[in-house]
Write a protein that binds this ligand. Sequence first.
Ligand code: VGL
Ligand code: ZN
Length: 208
Amino acid sequence: MQSKESALIIVDVQNDFLPNGALAVHDGDQVIPIINKLQKEFQFIVATQDFHPADHGSFAANHSGKKISEFVTLGGLNQILWPVHCVQGTFGAEFHKDLNQDNWKAVFQKGKNKEVDSYSGFFDNARKESTGLADYLMKERIKKVYITGLALDYCVKFTALDAHSLGFETYLIVDSSRAVNIDPMDGDFAIEEMAKQGIKIINSQEIL
Ligand code: VGL
Ligand code: ZN
């Protein structure tokens, strides 16, 4: 069992990021049994949820003449365009039914402001608004965070980078995470970038 100072952060294990979902991550469903085992080792568990309004600016469908994986400017930032995904109130935004939610302390939703995307579970991409996750973890005296889920090259990576920059001792549990891999190397590059920043890359076996 991990100490009371450790938190497991489960990132975006939602139907739209799983096989047959709108923004399916290859083999995304394979993370679920591992995450359920990991949850038994943590006394403190939180989850993040990508939770967009239907008119969100990250959706290609909301920019006439633009296609998925093309770019626009959103919130003053370069924004890649995604298929419509994780729309509030839809099945795609729900957590997978096999993911154990019984011991979660809280869920932090992100991507609710249509004017800016939000990959990290802590801040939007412009770092203007916070979800409250950092204050919550600090108030609960969490010192170490273990981050896993979907997708490795987007929301997991940015959540881990923010956790590290906020001063948490940060671990990426890599075998219970999968990348979108718009470019086939994106997942590998994401791991390299996290490691270079000082995030510790581990396998679930090191905990289980
Ligand atoms: C994500 C792309 C768009 C993620 C969310 O959860 O990694 N990726 N929205
Ligand atoms: Zn999204």
